[in-house]
Write a protein that binds this ligand. Structure first.
Ligand SMILES: [Zn+2]
Ligand SMILES: [Zn+2]
Length: 326
């Protein structure tokens, strides 16, 4: 192992962590600080349980090789635990938070990082793209950020455009997390399809479904149908297939943009075979109300996943009913 300088996080610390394998980084830290933050380190420094603890008790110093741990996130975590809060000034990316989360999860010290982690998230949460959002979701799980996990899961449903890639290829991510991402993807598709069907039904409710001989050419119903479809197009709701690839949040804004139009509900005398349904068709003001209700329903139904439920392998469909928010 090549000799390298030590990052003096605690200059008089009694432990040196040697992180990584190829280009390893040495971090000098204080055993008491790590033991307070992490039950894993606490056990490791127990002189009766592990040789690291025995060495520390005998010599007052121990060097611990951690070849599997990524040096950079381990360093950041140690800095925070030792109150070197200057790292809060660093601009971390979503991927960095995932890396920190993997180490924090391994050493079970997420709770001790809670405040700074919340700070890092809050700078990113409203400024990420789809892939960054998925990374933040994963990081919120690993760093046990209950409130952010709820919020980001909701964002995953409402703000993400296409289905995010399954994360199954990352073997280090726990199974409940993979299932949660799957559930959010499924819900995003389901809610999108529901809105598409809803608009298709609205078209049938507003436009008479035609048919040979149904209406006279001057019938106001024909004009209503044209006005309605033009409104849908102006609001970007037509063709409805667009909705399946666009974020639900944008579709909700499009539904809200729809405005009632001037319309005559009188029909015509009808054609030779059918009678005119003009007078019985749905009014555009009613459609407007139904669109607004649809927006509310979509926003309410979009999952806000409870971290503790997901951890225990349960994806709740509505609100968490286990009193986990306390
Ligand atoms: Zn008619
Ligand atoms: Zn719960």
């Amino acid at each position: 192992m090549a000799s390298q300088s030590i990052v003096e996080i605690a200059p008089r610390g009694d432990v040196v962590l040697v992180c990584g394998s190829a280009a390893c980084t040495k971090l000098r830290v204080e055993s008491k600080v790590l033991a307070l933050a992490s039950p894993v380190f606490q056990a490791m420094f127990d002189e009766k349980k592990f040789h690291e603890g025995t060495t520390l008790a005998s010599y007052g110093f121990v060097e611990i090789a951690l070849p599997d741990d990524d040096p950079l996130p381990t360093k950041t975590i140690c800095q925070v635990l030792h109150m070197r809060f200057n790292v809060l000034g660093e601009h971390l990316r979503p991927k960095d938070l995932v890396d920190i989360g993997i180490v924090a999860d391994k050493y079970d010290c997420s709770r001790a990082l809670s405040g700074p982690a919340y700070f890092w998230f809050s700078r990113l949460v409203d400024a990420v793209d789809d892939s960054g959002r998925t990374q933040l979701f994963i990081a919120a799980y690993l760093l046990k950020q209950d409130q952010l996990f709820r919020q980001i899961s909701h964002d995953m449903v409402m703000k993400t455009s296409n289905n995010v890639l399954p994360i199954a290829y990352h073997a280090e991510y726990p199974m409940p997390l993979q299932e949660a991402v799957g559930a959010l993807n499924r819900q995003r598709s389901t809610l999108g399809v529901k809105i598409v069907r809803f608009i298709e039904d609205a078209v049938l409710d507003v436009c008479d479904d035609g048919g040979p001989g149904q209406c006279t050419p001057e019938c106001p119903t024909v004009m209503r149908g044209t006005k309605f479809v033009l409104q849908l197009r102006a609001c970007n709701l037509c063709p409805p297939s667009k909705i399946l690839i666009r974020p639900l949040e944008q579709t909700c804004m499009a539904l809200e943009c729809f405005q009632p139009f001037e319309e005559s509900l009188s029909g015509c005398s009808g054609g030779s075979v059918y009678w005119c349904k003009g007078a019985f068709l749905k009014r555009s003001a009613t459609i407007k109300q139904e669109f607004s209700d649809m927006v509310k329903e979509t926003e309410q139904n979009a999952l806000r996943l409870c971290l503790k439920c997901v951890q225990s392998g349960e994806i709740q469909q509505g609100k968490c009913e286990k009193d986990h928010s306390k």
